[in-house]
Design a protein around this ligand. Structure first.
Ligand SMILES: [Fe+2]
Ligand SMILES: [Fe+2]
Length: 279
């Protein structure tokens, strides 16, 4: 399978054209069809598709990595442009959730769940396909489904919460899933936010596909949010796996991105708006 991946929504803009936005979206063009993985926070996905000369009307299916609004907020705009289509999600994607940050003068709470109700998205043409398991969505294209949390150094983000039966509890983001493309050069793995832990996800992919050659890992890795130990352990794992291209974006954070660049040199690139990979 030949694949071209283009980052449509991302925090940074690396070209002359495009709009930066906290969020993530990647267009996947293949010789079998075009797909969208996440939809950004809202404004940028359509604007950047036009700026980058990508026609979102050709998208056949949407895959959502998880329910956070910076990955799902652009869905109504894409549906209005494209019309109805299948949207593959984990059932927990619709859960109400929030981020709580402790500041000097108190807590700052922010709603982080899907902004639009399921019924409204269905009215716009979303046909939700709910699945929590690893599965092949198209020939050679897989969703990880729910990822077992096994490493000791990858922990849930302590600032993220959800409500369960009236109680606020830590949100482990069970709905977090990544996209796998099985290409001639090896596996290409695209994370949304990697809330399950980048290494947990890669181990799960190896276990489920029976393949362990990753040509590329792309997307949001959440590496700058947690512990220095997690970053260093993750770098060690990427080295052991001999990943050819590492193109991180979004919630990786600049400090972690600089560290990856230092470690991997030319194998590393920053996945800003307009960047991408052809395999
Ligand atoms: Fe995110
Ligand atoms: Fe997220």
């Amino acid at each position: 399978m030949k694949v071209r991946i283009t980052i449509l929504s991302e925090n940074l803009v690396g070209r002359v054209v495009g709009l930066g936005e906290h969020g993530f979206s990647a267009l996947i063009e293949t010789d079998c069809g075009n797909y969208l993985f996440d939809t950004g926070g809202g404004r940028s996905v359509i604007e950047n598709s036009l700026a980058l000369n990508k026609n979102l009307r050709t998208v056949e299916k949407i895959f959502l990595s998880h329910g956070h609004n910076d990955h799902t907020g652009g869905l109504p705009n894409v549906l209005r442009l494209r019309g109805g289509m299948d949207v593959h999600v984990h059932p927990d994607v619709f859960v109400d959730r929030m981020a709580v940050r402790k500041e000097k003068d108190g807590e700052v709470r922010r709603f982080t769940g899907m902004i639009y109700k399921r019924s409204y998205l269905e009215f716009l043409g979303a046909h939700f396909i709910l699945n929590s398991d690893f599965y092949e969505v198209e020939k050679g294209i897989f969703l990880t489904g729910e990822v077992p949390r096994k490493t000791v150094f990858e922990k849930p983000d302590p600032q993220l919460f959800r409500e369960v039966q009236g109680k606020v509890v830590q949100d482990t983001l069970a709905d977090d899933q990544s996209l796998i493309l099985d290409t001639e050069k090896g596996l290409v793995l695209i994370f949304g936010c990697a809330h399950s832990g980048m290494i947990n996800i890669m181990n799960h992919v190896i276990h489920k596909t029976g393949k362990d050659h990753f040509y590329a890992v792309l997307g949001g890795t959440h590496l700058d949010f947690l512990t220095p130990e997690q970053l260093e352990e993750s770098i060690g794992f990427l080295k052991d796996m001999n990943v050819t291209r590492i193109g991180v974006s979004h919630c990786t954070g600049l400090r972690a991105a600089f560290r990856l660049q230092q470690e991997f040199g030319d194998r590393f690139f920053y996945g800003w708006v307009g960047s991408g990979l052809e395999v």
